[in-house]
Design a protein. Sequence first.
Length: 185
Amino acid sequence: MAVDHHRIACLENYRLAGWEHANQGCLLRARVADLLGRVADGLPDRWGLAVFDGFRPFALQVELYEAAYADPDLPPGFFAEPDNNLTTPSPHLTGGSVDLTLSLDGIPLEPGTGFDDLTSKAHAAALETEPGVDRDIRRFLYHAMVAQGFVIFAGEWWHFEYGTRRWGAITGQSPCYGPAAVSED
């Protein structure tokens, strides 16, 4: 379902950057979109969420992977190779994964790095030894998301999941979602 909430902005990063297979809007599983709305509703006045990416079709996964590895300096294994095995879908392919940040007065924040940063500063815990506003914003986002049942991908401060295989492994529950598809109705 398309995310539609007055305190959540859908930034459409990939579509606006011209990626061929990017979706319009932000698509998530209905339960994930509902939980995201609860996160937004629980934020103090002036705060909101800004979504970079949600459901990502397999063709976009391939497109992003190939572009990333066109850089010969990117270390092998930095990104998982796209795999269309229906029993082991990537988190974004399930519609249970969302890349996002906090916004303040409608302005998306970049606590320490921008979205899709490939440096070690992008790791969720990278700023834990560096007191300051960036660390505090990351912590604020993390706690707001975890309070609604999301888990974070340790390699990216902006990447949260609910109902995916990683979510299941971290929470000890069975995954809720396999691959999703967009209906053309």
